[in-house]
Design a binder for this molecule. Structure first.
Ligand SMILES: Nc1nc2c(c(=O)[nH]1)N[C@H]1C(S)=C(S)[C@@H](COP(=O)(O)OP(=O)(O)OC[C@H]3O[C@@H](n4cnc5c(=O)[nH]c(N)nc54)[C@H](O)[C@@H]3O)O[C@H]1N2
Ligand SMILES: Nc1nc2c(c(=O)[nH]1)N[C@H]1C(S)=C(S)[C@@H](COP(=O)(O)OP(=O)(O)OC[C@H]3O[C@@H](n4cnc5c(=O)[nH]c(N)nc54)[C@H](O)[C@@H]3O)O[C@H]1N2
Ligand code: SF4
Ligand SMILES: [Mo]
Length: 860
């Protein structure tokens, strides 16, 4: 079969993918060699896409109160309930909560329905948790939400500063492009600013472990330094207002506020000042803060003062997280935006969009932002809520409270691909959506490149696209203008509206694409109109403010008050958010398969936390139990935990249960990286590890599940003393076929077989189970008669924890190759073992392993 040219559904790099149906419902995946974002590269998540498209367990029919129902009945019910709520309680009593993972066409329909026809702006999106501070910062400085530069600028720069971005894990292909550019031009420098030592630091020339939250201080000090050393741009400053006020505010920041060693700070200031071709890349370490917008503007101030914007190799660069975070901004999917970068509160803009849509009831004021929206759900102001393509019961701050609010809402609709997500389980009506690989549309990546997603598989069951669901409900509510039969028609309408916006001065004008051939559309940079086709913005110094000049913003930098512990949160390399897709691929579960807490050795010692034990983390919002990972990579007082675990995969590992609903006053974005928490050892009576071909039903205090080849694995711990054999029988519903007990040490091990095939095994001990997971995990597919010994036989060396997920190479194998001198570089590890030679996502870890051994290699 011919490959279908499409785009990866994960991060904002927006890599082109060639997906070839294998004729059995699956897909073979390759990087698209001609896509400009990746030129054939894929990271491990993209490469594993073929392992996530199975329709087993998918939501395949609409459900009303848990019972399958025909589409007509579900759609009529939604239209009736929304119409009733609006009639009785007004337009603001209904809300849509959508996602930066929607396609532009889906997003366009959702926004048109709410803002033009229902007449409320109560549509907000998970981008509020993600990009809102960047949007607000751009609008304050440029007068519009415009990303000025291109990916190419990271390659053309002489200095790339990454702040609050773990690019190696979160935008891996862009990171690889950056490293390849530096390899070709070694004078290029990479600086990472992150309180934590991340995988991205392994390849950096300089790592600034700043005090958490102190970016505002750092960039304020930089602004003062640029001014004091006469590095500001005499030619660009006439295009900028507010320098003096910004400087006055910046003078309040002191070097000690950054927490950086004075010489390190000076090195950074001098390097930035001396390097014209500088790009500053930023992401959630900047945005997710209660001063996120100020942090963004502190960065933009430095680029504006030096005119380092819009020219090749220069500029601030907000890397977007989700595949269509940018498309959502373009259609106006945030509660305080209109469409095509027009302003909701501008009467001329509203009139133009209203006329174009032939809209009966244009929203006139901003709607509720995510945190406030769910508070309004909680207190009953929102009577009907429709959640599409996002899992807020897991990912919103104060997640327990949000989950309760959704459960108690009069009427909740969830459009999903899976029936059992934490949010889907709370819905009154569940609508089955087509998934990636089955649907058609467009997405815009971080550099404004519009790419097609194309269907390679037929829609399973009765699954329908998200745009279709929205349009059907709109029609049933009596609205006109929702008659599209294909996403092509929606895109053409969106592109035509952008022409109206362009005439009003909007930067987002893709009117040339209104008549383009959608089927064959190749990746295209916006804008696309008679004035500008692609390229960069702002080099000429013309901005979208009333004066035409950019605004520098005075930033009074502040950091969160001290607390015993401030919890930092974020992502791991091989998982995507709540793991509903990546969690299905066994190879993506090999790297880190359990919720964990990275904590500094001093803190662990003080708290009495042993390695690999469990820690109980509590905030005023909730509690989590996490595996302790003791590491000097985090600062004392600032532990880190990943966000990916859910009620389905590890109910006590839901991190957002801990995060308060504290938001940035300008953008409304939650401060997700600095929750005040208390930590103590979790006193477990027993620990366990299980593998099982069939899913297990667990009730113990702690469990974490991950899919593996042939079944699943479980980490377990309990607080009530249990008879191990009774526990084994309850869990597996059968008597074990063999067992191994050592009562004096409290150790009990059980195996379950069906004929000659191992169907499960359970290991119980009073301490964390020290056995090799990679060895035990393999037993479901590779028979091992000595499984209960827990150790590989002499003929079967233990590869250790997986480092390279693509080629399945373990830590022990890599360490051995380094120790024997077989491998002295990342490339040599690749030659010897294959590790790092496919997607390259693990190369930073290989470099770190080499660095650990380097002194010894040098000494020998
Ligand atoms: N593997 C993977 N990749 C992803 C995703 C995923 O789920 N998995 N999600 C995608 C999405 S939606 C997003 S938004 C992006 C996010 O991409 P990133 O923003 O790169 O990822 P995070 O891990 O959230 O946070 C980045 C870093 O900010 C640091 N940080 C915390 N506080 C501060 C601070 O005060 N200052 C500074 N300078 N740094 C700080 C953290 O230590 C962390 O290393 O990733 C995208 N890519
Ligand atoms: N503490 C803390 N919290 C955070 C963050 C953090 O760094 N720290 N990061 C925040 C950020 S940046 C983000 S972007 C959010 C992400 O948070 P979410 O968007 O809530 O997480 P996802 O798991 O991506 O949720 C997407 C859902 O859509 C479903 N789905 C998949 N395909 C389709 C489809 O085609 N149609 C429909 N209708 N549904 C589909 C998936 O099964 C899944 O349940 O989390 C935020 N929360
Ligand atoms: S870097 Fe990885 S996750 Fe991001 S778009 Fe490319 S393949 Fe997908
Ligand atoms: Mo995000």
């Amino acid at each position: 079969m011919n490959p279908v040219r499409t785009t990866c559904p994960y991060c904002g790099v927006g890599c082109g993918v060639l997906a070839t149906p294998d004729g059995q419902g699956g897909l073979t995946i390759k990087g698209d060699p001609v896509h400009p974002a990746n030129r054939g590269r894929l990271c491990v998540k993209g490469a594993a896409l073929g392992e996530t498209v199975s329709t087993q367990g998918r939501l395949l029919t609409p459900r009303i109160h848990g019972t399958d129902a025909p589409w007509t009945q579900a759609l009529d019910l939604i239209a009736d309930r929304f119409t009733d709520a609006i009639a009785q309680h007004g337009a603001d009593s209904v809300a849509l909560y959508v996602s930066g993972q929607l396609l532009t066409e889906d997003y366009y329909v959702a926004n048109k329905l709410m803002k033009g026809f229902i007449g409320s702006a109560n549509i907000d999106t998970n981008s509020r948790l993600c990009m809102a501070s960047s949007v607000a910062g751009h609008r304050r400085a440029f007068g519009t939400d415009t990303v000025p530069g291109l990916y190419e600028d990271l390659e053309l720069a002489d200095l790339v500063v990454l702040t609050g971005s773990n690019l190696a894990w979160c935008h891996p292909v862009l990171h690889q492009r950056l490293l390849a550019a530096r390899a070709a031009r070694p004078q290029m420098k990479i600086v990472v600013i992150d309180p934590r030592r991340t995988a991205t630091c392994e390849d950096a020339d300089l790592h600034l472990p700043l005090a958490p939250g102190a970016d505002g201080h750092l960039f304020n000090l930089l602004l003062c330094h640029l001014h004091d050393t006469a590095r500001t741009s005499a030619t660009f400053l006439p295009h900028v207002t507010g320098l003096d006020a910004a400087l006055t505010a910046a003078r309040a920041s002191r070097p000690e506020d950054t927490g950086l060693a004075p010489d390190l700070l000076q090195q950074f200031l001098d390097l930035w000042a001396a390097t014209d071709k500088t790009v500053t890349v930023y992401s959630q370490g900047i945005n997710q803060s209660d001063s996120g917008t100020d942090k963004v503007n502190a960065i933009l101030n430095c680029h504006l003062a030096t005119g380092r914007i819009g020219r090749p190799g220069t500029g601030p660069f907000s890397v977007t997280g989700q595949p269509n975070a940018m498309g959502g901004r373009e259609v106006g999917g945030l509660a305080n935006m209109l469409a095509c970068h027009l302003e909701l509160e501008n009467p001329a803009h509203r009139a133009a969009v209203g006329a174009f849509w032939n809209a009966p009831r244009m929203a006139t004021s901003p709607g509720l932002k995510a945190v406030d929206m769910f508070r309004a759900v909680e207190d009953g102001r929102i009577k009907a809520l429709w959640i599409i393509h996002t899992n807020p019961a897991v990912t919103m701050p104060e997640a327990d409270r949000v989950a309760r609010a959704i459960a108690n809402c009069d009427f909740t609709v969830v459009s999903e691909t899976w029936p059992d997500t934490d949010t889907a389980r709370l819905a009154k009506v569940l609508l089955p959506s087509t998934a990636w690989g089955e649907k058609d549309g467009t997405v815009t990546n971080s550099e404004r490149l519009i790419s097609r997603q194309r269907a390679a598989l037929p829609p399973p069951g009765e699954a329908r696209p998200d745009w279709w669901q929205l349009a059907q409900v709109a029609r049933r509510m009596g609205f006109t203008g929702f008659d599209w039969t294909t996403p092509t028609q929606i895109f053409a309408e969106h592109a035509a509206l952008s022409g109206v916006a362009g005439a009003l001065g909007s930067d987002f004008d893709i009117s040339d694409l209104a008549t383009a051939d959608y089927e064959t559309l190749t990746p295209t940079l916006w804008p696309q109109n008679h004035r500008q086709k692609g390229g960069r913005f702002f080099a000429t110094g013309r901005f979208h403010t009333p004066s035409g000049r950019a605004r520098m913003i005075p930033v009074s930098a502040r950091v969160a008050d001290s607390a015993p512990f401030r919890l930092n949160t974020g992502r791991i390399r091989d998982q995507w958010h709540t793991m509903t897709r990546t969690g299905l691929a066994p190879r993506l579960n090999q790297h880190l398969a359990e919720p964990f807490l990275e904590i500094h050795p001093e803190d662990a010692l003080r708290l009495g936390l042993a390695p690999a034990s469990l820690a109980e983390v509590t905030s005023e919002n909730g509690t989590a139990i996490l595996r302790t990972l003791i590491t000097p990579k985090v600062q004392p007082g600032h532990p880190f935990a990943p966000i990916h675990w859910t009620g389905e995969t590890a109910p006590s590992g839901r991190i957002d249960a801990l995060i308060p609903g504290l938001t940035d006053p300008v953008s409304g974005q939650p401060a997700s990286k600095s929750a005040a928490v208390a930590i103590r050892p979790f006193r477990a009576d027993w620990f366990g590890y299980a593998i099982s071909a069939a899913p297990l039903h667990l009730t113990c205090a702690y469990w974490a599940k991950a899919s593996i080849e042939g079944g699943q694995q479980y980490e377990l711990a309990g607080t009530a003393a249990e008879d191990p054999r009774a526990l084994a029988e309850t869990l597996f519903g059968a008597a074990p076929t063999s067992e191994l007990r050592d009562p004096s040490r409290g150790i009990a091990r059980f195996a379950f077989t069906l004929g000659a095939r191992l169907t499960g095994a359970l290991f119980i001990a009073p301490q964390p189970i020290p056995l090799s997971r990679s060895h035990l995990r393999a037993a479901l597919t590779q028979p091992d008669p000595a499984i209960l010994a827990g150790q590989p036989g002499a003929d079967r060396p233990d590869p250790g924890p997986t480092v390279c997920a693509c080629l399945n190479v373990g830590l022990n194998q890599i360490r051995a190759a380094i120790a024997t001198g077989e491998a002295t570089s990342v490339a040599a590890i690749g030659t010897a073992l294959g590790a790092g030679t496919n997607c390259g996502s693990c190369r930073p870890e290989l470099a770190a392993l080499l660095a650990q051994h380097q002194p010894r290699i040098a000494a020998e």
